[in-house]
Write a protein that binds this ligand. Structure first.
Ligand code: PLP
Length: 808
């Protein structure tokens, strides 16, 4: 046994002290949860020091800062990440063995902070990590949801949703800022006194600040995630209280405080509920006030706001900030409208995350009038002035103006938040090369004709600290041995291991690590589903939100094809395969939930068919989230990125999997295209229609029924589903799913890509049967993922959009 290092001894002493002082247990009685809390306290103190230093330095330097406004931050757990950033991981490992526990076990006691739905929220978390790492003066601003993303529980093969009370036992990672709070107003009417507008609001709620410190790895700097909690004004319930009506007092209090209760479990359609609009305004109003106050303290005037403040809108959810800034500047600081508008446009920038029309956020004018009457007025004035300007570009073109308008006048009048975001920002970006190109050709074509220079691309990225260093310690150690540890801050350095594909010993080590990660994944599968899988099989992974455009159903069609093909040719040399799904469906999204049910039903049949054995298994790992992803990513051989071309804005799961040495089977969509350009055509499996072909086929009259009739294999698969082979107790259970393909137009064109997909899957088998060739390609994939570090993305945002210098 190695004798403990001085760091480990010091850390152990600090942990024992915290066990006693903050957790309140004796060392020998400490449970793994107690230890988690104690270690977290030790890390928290050191982070707190870094926070105070960073804040002081940024204040003294009067730094230009970026403020990243986002409804979602999907951070997951913090302990491992914090220990890594503080370089305490090794000492903590030693310390925990001393306490007769493993660090893994301790870390597992922390609940995920699931303050986001999926990719958009996880992107915000990776971005904060990179901002800290690059030492960028920065804040993330969001909502401190009492209940994060729902917990998914599978009951009888179907998804059920349970609440996620992640704060029930408190969290060691937040710093309540008792002295930082702002009133946020709602409702009422607007009075015009001369040329001044006065908002006579009907009610107000208090926003209280809670900070989470985001440590950098390459620097002692930190970033701050400031989350707002809604609290009823102190005097509110006094009256009800005094009259003894406690029930009424509690009810009134709840009506205010429910604003920060729950994250809307839906990342694709506007919830369309007043509470959601209130949430959006709530966190934006508090954030803008906080930002302006900080600016006033440092600069004493708002005239130069845009010189020191960059506010970024992560999708349209915070778009009301544009109207809020105008409201504060004009109504509260008496700034002339034109000057305020110029400052506003120079301050904001906006990232679009989707082209899908049903996911574009709009609010009924009537609802906006009811909740935010002054902001509606402001939006209408912005619109009138903007349309007058636009009319000069194309006189008489009313269609052009109708498309540009911030108000959708067809049917019930609605405010278009995407248009508000574009008009209020000096830069607008998409999240992959393809997506940004489609943005200016489709959704924002009219805006791009006015302001081509405002549109740009920022391809998404992921943080290598969490998604390689922390999630895959085996591979991280191999990299450290070969190229040193600096790849964590300079992911481009991975390119140096590309040549190692020719080194048989390196290949063997690389694949041994993969195998160990697959055993860890197999253990998770057994623990969560009871199903035993062999780590010698090809692990085929599709993990992401369940959505029709992501086409999990196409993957299921392939699994059923394979099942039938194995039964038809039991003696053929089948490459054993485990198809692994994980992901949540929005609770009201019936087709997505039906797909989850189908996966379970098909899995039940295949996994229990003695003729199949290990040749094929189908599993669904429940409750997908960041911590589950950290186990699945390193254990994957094949990464399924099979959205209909033109629908996935970027994807980041594709990057995490390739970085961990999985090969991609994917369509020509989102960032898959850039992954292909980086790893090379020979090291990725691209199939199916490309975006222009999808568009052409839709226009030419797509006939899915023809494909069904002309492809006997496809017909057999769909007939098996529709005929109830996988749901004998309810044969009609999946009629709807199949009918949507055959009779409903197959909106996402699964059948058009089916043959190409199956053919490509057989090429995957052929390659996997040659382990050395597979290993080479896996190494090439990992080695060429350097440009998908979120450090690259954030450096690009800082330089080209936010205009903040970063040290090279
Ligand atoms: C990366 C990630 C996503 C995004 O996955 P996509 O495949 O890009 O849709 C969603 N959820 C979690 C938990 C993630 O870590």
């Amino acid at each position: 046994m190695n004798s403990p290092t001085p760091e480990a001894i010091a850390l152990n002493a600090a942990i024992d002290e915290q066990l006693l002082k903050t957790v309140g247990v004796a060392r020998q009685d400490a449970t793994s949860t107690d230890l988690m809390k104690a270690v977290a306290q030790v890390a928290r103190e050191q982070l707190s020091e870094r926070w105070v230093q960073t804040q002081g330095a940024d204040r003294d330097n009067k730094a230009r800062r970026v403020y990243y406004l986002s409804m979602e931050f999907l951070i997951g757990r913090t302990l491992s990440n914090a220990l890594g950033a503080l370089r305490l991981t090794d000492a903590a490992m030693q310390g925990m063995t001393d306490h007769a526990h493993t660090l893994e076990e301790i870390v597992d006691q922390e609940p995920d902070a699931a303050l986001g739905n999926g990719g958009l929220g996880r992107l915000a978390a990776c971005f904060l990590d990179s901002m800290a790492n690059l030492g960028l003066p920065s804040f993330g601003y969001g909502i401190r949801y009492e209940y994060g993303m729902f917990k998914q529980k599978i009951v009888g093969g179907a998804q059920t949703e349970l609440p996620d009370p992640w704060l029930a036992d408190g969290t060691p990672w937040e710093f309540p800022r008792a002295d930082i709070s702002f009133p946020v107003r709602f409702g009422g009417w607007v009075e015009h006194i001369g040329d001044r507008a006065v908002w006579r609001h009907a009610g107000e709620v208090v926003a209280k600040a809670y900070d989470m410190v985001v440590p950098g790895y390459g620097t002692k700097k930190v970033s701050t995630l400031r989350l707002w909690k809604a609290v009823a004004p102190a005097d509110l319930d006094l009256q009800a209280f005094n009259t003894g009506d406690y029930g009424r007092a509690a009810q009134v209090k709840n009506e205010f405080e429910n604003i920060s209760w729950v994250l809307y479990p839906n990342d694709s359609t506007p919830a369309g509920r007043e509470l959601r609009l209130r949430q959006e305004y709530f966190f934006v109003a508090a954030s803008v006030r906080d930002i302006l106050l900080r600016h006033m303290v440092e600069h004493g005037t708002l005239d130069n706001l845009h010189d020191f403040v960059a506010m970024h809108l992560n999708d349209t959810h915070p778009a009301i900030a544009v109207a809020e800034l105008m409201h504060v500047l004009c109504d509260e600081h008496s700034m002339p409208w034109a000057k305020a508008w110029e400052i506003c446009q120079k301050t904001f920038s906006y990232t679009n995350h989707t082209l899908m029309p049903e996911a574009l956020e709009t609010w009924p004018v009537g609802l906006m009038q009811h909740v935010l009457p002054r902001h509606l007025e402001i939006i209408l004035r912005i619109n009138a002035e903007f349309l007058a300007l636009a009319a000069k570009h194309r006189p008489g073109d009313n269609g052009f103006l109708a498309r540009l308008s911030l108000i959708d006048e067809s049917g019930e009048r609605r405010v278009r938040m995407a248009n508000l975001s574009v008009v209020g920002s000096h830069m607008i970006n998409g999240v992959s090369a393809l997506h940004s190109d489609l943005l200016v050709k489709t959704l924002f074509a009219d805006f791009a004709s006015l302001w081509p220079e405002r549109f740009t691309n920022m391809t998404n990225g992921i943080t290598p600290r969490r998604w390689l260093s922390q999630a895959n310690p085996g591979l991280a150690t191999l990299l450290d041995k070969n190229i040193g540890p600096d790849w964590r801050n300079h992911l481009d350095q991975l390119k140096q291991v590309e040549a190692k594909q020719d080194d048989a010993a390196f290949r063997a080590e690389f694949m041994t690590i993969k195998h160990a990660n697959k055993r860890r994944l197999a253990a998770l599968i057994e623990k969560t589903t009871g199903i035993k899988v062999s780590p010698d099989s090809l692990f085929d992974v599709q993990i992401k939100r369940i959505h029709e455009y992501k086409r999990q159903l196409l993957n299921v069609l392939h699994v059923i094809w394979r099942y039938q093909a194995i039964l038809a040719s039991p003696d053929a040399q089948w490459v054993p395969r485990v198809t692994i799904f994980a992901g949540k469906a929005a609770s009201s999204y019936m087709s997505a939930k039906s797909i989850i049910h189908l996966i379970h039903d098909v899995g039940n049949v295949i996994n229990n068919d003695p003729r199949i054995g290990d040749k094929l298994k189908l599993v669904f790992i429940p409750n997908y989230g960041v911590s589950v992803a950290e186990v699945i990513m390193p254990g994957a051989d094949l990464s399924e990125q099979i959205s209909t071309a033109g629908t996935e804005a970027s994807g980041t799961g594709n990057m995490k999997l390739a970085l961990n040495g999985a090969l991609t089977i994917g369509t020509d969509d989102g960032a898959n295209i850039e992954i292909r350009e980086n790893v090379g055509d020979d090291n990725i499996f691209i199939f199916g229609l490309r975006t222009p072909e999808v568009q052409a086929m839709k226009q030419g009259g797509y006939q899915p029924m023809r494909l069904y009739e002309n492809n006997p294999g496809l017909k057999a698969v769909l007939d098996a589903i529709a005929g109830g082979q996988f749901s004998p107790n309810e044969p009609g259970r999946y009629r709807g799913l199949v009918d949507a393909l055959l009779w409903g137009g197959d909106h996402y064109m699964l059948l058009a890509d089916y043959a190409s997909y199956i053919e490509t899957q057989t090429r995957v088998d052929a390659l996997y049967a040659q382990p050395e060739a597979w290993a080479r390609k896996a190494i090439i994939n990992m080695a060429n993922m350097g440009s998908f570090s979120s450090d690259r993305t954030i450096a690009q945002y800082a330089k080209e959009i936010w205009n903040i210098p970063v040290a090279p």
